[in-house]
Write a protein that binds this ligand. Structure first.
Ligand code: F6R
Length: 242
């Protein structure tokens, strides 16, 4: 596991942008796994700048997002479809048909999970997967206790995740209680994983990934099993690492 220590959120976003652009440029038809949440916002802003400056084109890139809330339509401002479109996709030359997220409003969610797995397979698998980290150690929406073998599935969100994500909603009661998420087994199949971590509130979960035991009680500790992981973390997030 390669840990890159940076000063703060801005430096984390900058480093992530440099690293991912260099990886994308080394691949003719890259498949990039994306995350939502607060952590990658600065990274997406820098990616857009790099595109505007002519440093990167997304013409040959395919993307797969980790997750989507159940029950929210694409155009719902709280959906991850909406987040991705507004924060990144509409600003760059990524082809619409190459940008994938699970459909949280699919009529048959079980079929949707299978469809999503097949789509990833058909694209040749994910080359680089971007991850954020939940304060409880979740990756994507794989909450503590999720099997390391899990595939794309519908999950219940824990109270702590609902609480953490309520900052994006008007009322806590508006936060969906379920999501479609790529499984831990699906994520581990990516060739390479880049995790971004910023802030003191992530320091315990990050210390567990780096110094702790591998346990399903803390899903992100599974990254110790993957052969190619880079964690870009700021000083505050690294505070509890030995
Ligand atoms: C989002 C996702 C989540 C977030 C995590 C951290 O697609 O998969 O696992 O990465 O909840 O969220 P933030 O970055 O908002 O702290």
């Amino acid at each position: 596991m390669n840990v890159v220590k940076v000063k703060n959120y801005d430096e984390m976003s900058e480093k992530a942008c440099e690293l991912i652009i260099s990886k994308l440029k080394g691949n003719e038809k890259p498949v990039l796994g994306l995350a939502t949440g607060s952590t990658p916002e600065g990274f997406y802003d820098r990616l857009i700048e790099a595109y505007e400056q002519g440093n990167i084109t997304f013409e040959n890139i395919t993307t797969f997002n980790l997750d989507e809330y159940v029950g929210l339509a694409k155009d719902d401002p709280q959906s991850y479809h909406y987040y991705m479109y507004n924060r990144l996709f509409k600003h760059i030359d990524l082809k619409e048909e190459n940008a994938h997220l699970p459909k949280g409003d699919a009529e048959n969610l079980k079929e949707e999970c299978e469809r999503y797995e097949q789509l990833i397979k058909a694209a040749g698998g994910v080359d680089i997967q971007l991850l954020g980290l939940g304060t409880n150690g979740h990756i994507a929406f794989n909450e503590p206790g999720t099997s390391f073998e899990s595939r794309t599935q519908v999950v219940n969100l824990t109270e702590s995740t609902i609480e953490a994500n309520s900052r994006f909603f008007e009322n806590k009661d508006d936060v969906p209680t379920e999501a479609v998420t790529m499984g831990i087994g699906s994520i581990l199949e990516s060739d390479e994983i880049v995790m971004l971590v910023s802030g003191e509130n992530k320091s315990e979960a990050l210390a567990q990934i780096i110094n702790g035991e591998i346990t399903e009680d803390n899903p992100a500790t599974v990254l110790q099993k993957h052969k190619n992981v880079t964690i870009i973390a700021d000083e505050a997030a690294l505070r509890k690492v030995k």
